[in-house]
Design a protein around this ligand. Sequence first.
Ligand SMILES: *Cc1c(COP(=O)(O)O)cnc(C)c1O
Length: 337
Amino acid sequence: MIDLRSDTVTKPDDRMRDAAYAADVGDAVYGEDPTVNELEERAADVVGTEAALYVPSGTMGNQIAARVHTERGQELLTDEKSHIVKYELGGAADLSGLQVRMVDADRGIPTPEQIANGIVQESLHRPGTGLAWLENTHNARGGLAIEPEKIDAAAKAAHERDVPVHLDGARMFNAATALDVPVTELTEPVDSVMFCLSKGLGAPIGSMLAGSEDFVEKACRVRKLFGGGLRQAGIIAAPGLEALGNVDNLERDHEHAQRLADGLEAVDGFDVQPPETNIVLADISGTGLETDAVLDRLREKDVLATQFGPSTVRFCTHWNVSSDDVETVLERIETAV
Ligand SMILES: *Cc1c(COP(=O)(O)O)cnc(C)c1O
């Protein structure tokens, strides 16, 4: 089976399993797990913040950030296709009492004008905007790598109006790799950032939430509130430390995505959005087949992809996909559709 549904399907390698086995552990809720502490220090270093917090999932990291930065009833301003809008069960409303204001942002990154117009000032009638929310790479728009200048401009527009900014950087190392910039250029303009260890970096579990010392201290309390206070978490943090060393693999994933896109474009009825990172979106309406039927036919040939909109199929490359796998997938798709 060649699984291209998501980069979350990666399995930990022997190095990660060995690291988990050998991990020095303690009670992380007491701050006494040396492996978790090391991971948090390393992660803060890598993204250039004062501190970082280990969290079980990207969703929890995002939801903690939303809670820490805001007061109940405030607005959260973001692109209409951001992950927190589409795929987090309305958590901003459910867990933090936020009203979400959405803009239709080109490439998923609001312009300074969209930020300025979208921010509402608190008054007798209006709740006020508590947080501006950016995403990089932009998942639902096809893994788009958002340039540091655009992040910076959006963040400035929010900061000028005293609104803090969170970056959902689940795949921000993919963005940094694609743009060939240090990841710190993407994180420097924002007040907090979340990134996933469990996607292209290959860890089995875990994400990091980073920001100032004050932010992380508050985030630690909310993590406990949300049920994310883990005990001997060094067992799962140790593969996370290994994952931080996997950033260099992402370039290969991007090359695979490009090769896959080129091959898919040649398939009758496929219309492929040029990939910027490890996500390939193909509109398959030209095949005359339903998306479900295309996915079923691929599954029969031991290839897994996922539906991403009415007539869109998503293919995601990752470190368990080799260049031979990509060629195999292309051969099988030809015959499947
Ligand atoms: C995957 C993802 C998340 C959530 O991460 P989980 O670990 O799956 O909860 C958040 N934001 C974006 C953009 C993602 O792609």
